[in-house]
Design a protein around this ligand. Structure first.
Ligand code: NAD
Length: 431
């Protein structure tokens, strides 16, 4: 059993804290957001993540998981301080490291002996050195060892991903500290890669996210070509994915990647490369294709409806992907804004992201379910592939719409079946 202070109670910090507590560690979460900590003290999770509320409640009741806004309640006596604060997009696309720096400062102020500072936030190579130098400004700071341990969990399956990771990556200038971090993961039976320096571990995270984003932009480019030549991009991807060298994941043509990670991480890697006088052309193309891909939906709507002003357009889904309420960089935001600016009436339903969306998109009309969205609409756009949209009574939907146009931004429906029902149907990369 180890004592762990987790700095930051967001998606990554809270999941990590609850999972580490569940493995038997004594965990305290520190967050500067008082409202978040107040909710957590009542065992309420301030965002939607399947299974997390139960895990938090169980471990909090067992006394293994506590919450505070004060570093001095968490850091003194801890074996590890795990930084999981936000690293949003900063100026010029570089990662904004001010939260990481602030966290390192606060750890430095409160530490009272040897401690391993684990950086789990996604940060560019060289950040670990910055954290070390911030810590060393404090009297006991020299007793801290800094280790990079990037997180690969996905929102929507965060607990499963933490408990059964494909790999755990750990890197530090201090090998012994890396091995101590590896011990935290020993109960998981996961492959562990310890890199001999901290920069490589930091780079693995950026390279992985950039590669996954590149796969998405790649298949979206193939989709655009497929449409033009009459091929079906979904089947093209299936055929590609059967090749063991390629594999099937992250080959879904759609409206592009979003979320809190891919957009900012690809940008940050690009900005980092530019800082070192390298122009990453492939990464630039990945971002350009992704930006344009969102507008493919608008083009298809124009094509099917002739004009956008006055049309009632229903969005099925708002979150950047299913099983989360996260709207950060969600394609829905751009699509809704463009449609509203063009004079369309936009209505929407999402099983989890309506509350956040009301704040970000106040001009959208929010409905109680997909059927209400469809009723009287001129077109429906599938924005997020929530399972509940796959099993809709499409005959009922068709009968209730003013014009039966469906733009399937996630290719969840079968084109011949949709046409058989009488829809004007457009998928992505297939008609
Ligand atoms: P988040 O915004 O959900 O949570 C960050 C939390 O840190 C917030 O609650 C904030 O109040 C808190 N915080 C900020 N500054 C603080 C400070 N000085 N002291 C204490 N708390 C502070 O962010 P997240 O999605 O959990 O992401 C955290 C990091 O993990 C980011 O670097 C992100 O890129 C990375 N990451 C995220 C995911 C994901 O799916 N969300 C996956 C892998 C890696």
């Amino acid at each position: 059993m180890s004592k762990v202070a987790v700095i930051g109670g967001g998606y990554v910090g809270l999941t990590t804290a609850a999972c580490l507590a569940d493995l038997g560690n004594d965990v305290v979460v520190v967050d500067i957001n008082r409202e978040k900590i107040a909710l957590l003290k009542n065992h309420r999770v301030p965002f939607y993540e399947p299974g997390l509320s139960e895990l938090v409640e169980r471990n909090a009741k067992a006394g293994r998981l506590r919450f505070t806004t004060a570093y001095e309640d968490a850091v003194p006596g801890a074996d590890y301080a795990l930084i999981a604060v936000s690293t949003p997009e900063g100026e010029g696309g570089e990662a904004d490291l001010s939260y990481v720096e602030a966290a390192a400062n606060s750890i430095g102020e409160c530490m009272d002996g040897p401690i391993v500072v684990i950086n789990k936030s996604t940060v560019p190579p060289l950040t670990g050195d910055m954290v070390s130098s911030v810590l060393r400004k404090h009297p006991r700071g020299g007793e801290a060892a800094v280790v990079s341990n990037p997180e690969f969990l996905r929102e929507g399956s965060a607990i499963q991903d933490f408990m059964h990771p494909d790999r755990v990556v750990i890197g530090s200038h201090d090998r012994e500290a890396s091995e101590r971090v590896a011990r935290l993961y020993a109960p998981l039976d996961a492959p562990i890669l310890i890199t001999p320096d901290i920069y490589t571990a930091e780079m693995v995270k950026y390279a992985s996210n950039a590669f996954l984003a590149a796969r998405i932009s790649f298949i979206n480019e193939i989709a655009r070509i497929s449409e033009r030549v009459g091929a079906d991009a979904k089947l093209v991807a299936e055929g590609m994915g059967m090749d063991k060298r390629i594999g099937p994941s992250f080959l879904d043509a759609g409206i592009g990647y979003g979320g809190s990670c891919f957009p900012k991480d690809v940008k940050a890697l690009t900005a980092l490369a530019e800082r070192f006088d390298y122009h990453p052309e492939l990464l630039q193309a990945v971002m350009d294709i992704n930006r344009d891909q969102r507008m493919v939906v608008i083009d298809k709507l124009r094509d099917c409806l002739d004009e956008l002003p006055g049309q009632i357009i229903g969005l099925l889904g708002l979150a950047f992907k299913p099983n989360t309420d996260d709207l950060r960089e969600a394609p829905s935001l751009d699509i809704a804004k463009v449609l509203i600016a063009a004079g369309s009436h936009v209505r929407a339903y999402d099983p989890a992201a309506m509350e956040g969306s009301r704040r970000l998109l106040p001009d959208v009309q929010y409905m109680n379910d997909a059927y209400e969205v469809a009723s009287g609409a001129d077109a429906l756009v599938v924005v997020t592939e929530w399972n509940e949209f796959r099993l809709l009574d499409l005959g009922r939907i068709k009968r209730s719409m003013r014009r039966p146009v469906v733009i399937d931004g996630r290719n969840i429906y079968d084109p011949p079946a949709m046409r058989g029902l009488g829809f004007t149907y457009r998928g992505i990369g297939r008609e």
